[in-house]
Design a protein around this ligand. Structure first.
Ligand SMILES: *Cc1c(COP(=O)(O)O)cnc(C)c1O
Length: 220
């Protein structure tokens, strides 16, 4: 199967309102170009160095998503061009994004990562922390950052019921924050990967991050 064929078969399964981010981490520029030439524009990387290098080498109308864990000292490398930062998991990241946004005279869109999985290893805020954070005047504190929604990763398990219930939890939190913030631009719920994106969409995802199902398995 070719990349463009895989891409269309994933797209066929997505409702109109769901954005597909093609996760190209570890994959060469030629693979990205194959998807690009079939019309795709949203790509995701999880390592700052790869993100910066690919953005430099590839067409400028690509929308680059930073989907990995964010180290604050590396934000400067993607701040000038990044389309959406998915993994904001502590206030220090907001602070640094704001600083780099100001330097680049732009507002950086981002998502708060929520810890929904049972695994300890996955990053993210818990609900109480999000609550505390959103009690602050974030618009005044960080005018160069725009929080567009939430991102989460389910537990890596065969147990479909567990995955479904984690997505449901995230969707419920998303809806309640959307209500509370009363902001039409708090509108992105990033959940779902190759193995679970259909279930994530059924639970209310508006953006899926799909790698393997488009580009094939990764060799690390
Ligand atoms: C790698 C990765 C994906 C894509 O995973 P696949 O299973 O290959 O679709 C999605 N989200 C994040 C945060 C990732 O690191």
């Amino acid at each position: 199967m070719s990349i463009s064929t895989n891409l269309s078969s994933v797209k066929e399964r997505l409702p109109q309102h769901v954005t597909l981010v093609a996760v190209s981490k570890t994959k060469p520029n030629e693979d990205i170009m194959e998807a690009y030439e079939s019309g795709h524009r949203d790509f995701g990387e999880n390592k700052v160095q790869d993100l910066a290098a690919k953005a430099e080498q590839l067409p400028k109308d690509i929308r680059w998503h930073m989907i990995g864990h964010v180290q604050t000292n590396k934000i400067k490398y993607f701040a000038p061009f990044v389309h959406l930062v998915h993994g904001v998991d502590r206030e220090k990241v907001l602070k640094e994004l704001n600083k780099e946004g100001r330097k680049n005279d732009r507002v950086i869109d981002c998502l708060l990562q929520v810890h929904i999985a049972q695994e300890q290893s996955k990053f993210g805020f818990d609900e109480a922390e999000i609550d505390d954070l959103l009690n602050k005047e974030l618009g005044e504190l960080y005018p160069h950052v725009h929080i567009r929604g939430l991102m989460g990763m389910a537990t890596f398990t065969e147990d479909q019921n567990q995955v479904r219930s984690e997505f449901k939890t995230l969707k419920t939190l998303f809806d309640s924050l959307k209500n509370r913030l009363n902001s039409p631009s708090f509108d992105i719920l990033s959940m779902g990967m190759s193995g679970d994106y259909e279930m994530a969409i059924a639970q209310g995802s508006t953006l899926v991050r799909v790698g393997t199902a488009i580009f094939g398995a990764r060799n690390y």
